[in-house]
Structures are given as C-alpha cells and as structure tokens.
Design a protein around this ligand. Structure first.
Ligand code: DAH
Length: 340
C-alpha cells in the first residue's frame, strides 16, 4: 500500500493540465467518491494496527497534496479565463458620453475675460468673505457714509467687520495693496446683497471689476477702453453714452449706456422706448483710494469700472428673469452651447 501511495503522490506532483476539462478529470480520478484517494482510505480499514500510524499519516498527506493541486489548477484556469474576458475589444463603438453645456454666466464671463485680455488685462480674484476695509473703508466709504445704504450687506456671525462682499470692487484694493503700477486687471466673481429675490434682483449675483493704474491715465483712456468692450461684446454698430454719476471710490464718476442691442436705438420694450440701456458704472479712481492702498496719487492715476455679468447676459441673450440663472432648469441651460 505504501508504494501505491508514493506512486500516487508522484503522479499528483508531476501532473499538468492544459484545460478546465483536464482538471475536472483529475478531480474525478483522485478525489471523487470513487476516486483513488477514497479507494485507499477504504482500504485503510484493513491495515494492521501497527502500520496504521504511518500509513494514516501518508494517506492524509496524499489527500492534502491532491486537494492543493486541484485548487491551484482551478485557480490557474479561472484566472486565465478572467484575463481573456477583460481583454479590450478596440473595435467596439465607444459609449456615448453625456456632455453638459456651459452655464450662460460662465459663457459671458469668459467672453468678457477674452475681450479684455486682448488689450492686456489680466484676471485677479479675491475672497467672497471680506472685511470692512476691503469692501468699504479703503474704497472711500467710511462707516457713516450714505453710500453703504445702497448695498444691503450680509454680515457673518453678527461681526460688523466680516461680511460677504457686496461688490468686486474689493478686489481692486487687494490688487493695489499687493502690486505696483502699472496695473491692468479685471476681477470677475460672485457678490452678495441682502435683497428680496425677484425677476430683477437677487441676493447673489456676479460682477466684473476693471482697474487700470499707471502714470497719466485719463478719462479718454477709460472711454476708449469701454467703447472697445461694448463693440466687441454687442457688435460693431454699438454706440456708448456716458452719464455723470456718483460712486464713493471714483471721482469723476459715470454710468455707461449702450445703444439698445435689440432695436438698435429705435426704442423697444427692452429699453422702454429710450433706445439706450445702462450697462456699467465707472470713473477715475479717487486719489484717496490710491493713497489708502499705498499708491502715490501724485504720481499715478487710474480708472475703474464695474458691471453685472447677469445684466450683460440678459441683454445679450434676452433673458427676462434673473432667477433663471440659479434655478438650474435644464431646458434653459441647454440653450447656451457656446464654445467658450
Ligand atoms: N461697485 C459698483 C457697484 O457694485 C460698481 C462700480 C461702479 C465699480 C463704478 C467701479 C466703478 O469700479 O468705478 O455698484
């Protein structure tokens, strides 16, 4: 019996299989109910008591060897099965990817950035949570200044010094504090005001601030820059008009209208018959603001402007309700398939 066990061990050790079926044959021949290992275990009952210990040990070893071999063979064929099923079929058509569309406000923001970058403006950004200095005080708007009432402010934790910025003009201050003229930059971003939500007002919206500081910057430079912008954004035939206005951080200040992009100035319901629509505020940076930001107002001058991205988008695409921009209605958003 010993020899037969040893022979079987040898057979198991040298066995190789080249298919799953081959492995199954091996299992039946050795480990099934009628297999050779079982057969030897049956025979073990007849072994003389003094031989039992030794033969029993060998039999157990044989059974373990056979089982180990079987599982390693099974594993081999299963894993090779796996790898063949994972092989890529490069001829298969690709799955369709659902591509979204850019949000209209991003489309217009990118257009604005592109237009100003052509004339040397860089993009700078600032924090949405601001302190009083950057949002108001440095911009020539001290605590008791009536202009603060124009912009109802969200404060954070009832701390009157920390607030959600009400205007991207705050970025002007950061830029001037951290760099030296010449400065030519625009700052797009989100702003917040404590206003009731309606078709024409929202508690959060977007602005782009523009700032140009250098020696001998004049109002004519401002006018030319804005005219270039208006024509690029709304078409070559667009006219501009500047009206005197007031902002605490500019002196002199103006508001700019463009000829109505819909009726070309003839008068329609969008421009309420005026032929003009207001588009932005602007002016020459007040020397006090330059000094607040450690820029010598005797050496340098500059202009600034600020516009609402929602306003530009509404005029460009005839959107009549501000709320559409934040409601995420896919039927609205899908209509803006610009490349930018
Ligand atoms: N910050 C102003 C606002 O939110 C817009 C503005 C007006 C910005 C005139 C300017 C400017 O830089 O010169 O209403």
């Amino acid at each position: 019996m010993k020899e037969r066990i040893d022979k079987l061990v040898e057979e198991i050790e040298s066995f190789t299989a080249n298919s799953k079926e081959h492995v199954e044959e091996f299992r039946i021949r050795l480990l099934s109910k009628k297999g050779k290992v079982k057969e030897l275990f049956e025979e073990f009952k007849t072994v003389a008591p003094e031989m039992r210990k030794e033969i029993g040990q060998r039999l157990n070893e044989l059974q373990n060897k056979a089982q180990e071999k079987l599982s390693s063979l099974k594993e081999k064929f299963e894993s090779s099965d796996d790898s063949s099923s994972k092989e890529l079929d490069l001829t298969q058509p690709a799955e369709q990817m659902a591509v979204g569309t850019r949000h209209p406000l991003s489309v217009v923001r990118n257009q604005i950035v592109e237009i100003f970058s052509k004339i040397g403006f860089t993009v700078s950004e600032g924090p949405e949570i601001e302190d009083d200095w950057h949002n108001f005080t440095a911009l020539n708007t001290p605590a008791d200044h009536p202009a603060r009432d124009m912009q109802d402010t969200f404060f954070i934790n009832e701390n009157p010094d920390i607030l959600l910025r009400t205007q991207t003009s705050s970025v002007q201050v950061h830029v001037m504090e951290n760099s030296k003229p010449p400065i030519r930059t625009i700052s797009p971003g989100r702003v917040y005001r404590n206003e009731a939500i309606s078709a024409r007002a929202h508690c959060q919206f977007h602005q782009v601030e523009g700032l140009y500081i250098d020696k001998k910057v004049s109002f004519a430079d401002l006018k030319q820059t804005l005219m270039y912008f208006a024509k690029e954004m709304f078409g070559e035939e667009t006219q501009i008009r500047l009206r005197p206005s007031f902002f605490p951080f500019t002196e002199i200040s103006a508001e700019m209208d463009i000829s109505c992009p819909f009726c070309k100035g003839a008068g329609c319901n969008i421009c309420k018959g005026a032929g003009w629509v207001e588009i932005l505020g602007c002016g020459m940076v007040d020397p006090a603001v330059l000094d607040n930001c450690k820029i010598d107002s005797k050496q340098y001058s500059g202009f600034a402007f600020g516009m609402g991205i929602e306003r530009v988008t509404m005029l460009k695409y005839q959107v009549k309700d501000l709320r559409l921009f934040s409601e995420n209605d896919i039927r609205f958003l899908k209509q803006f398939k610009a490349a930018l």
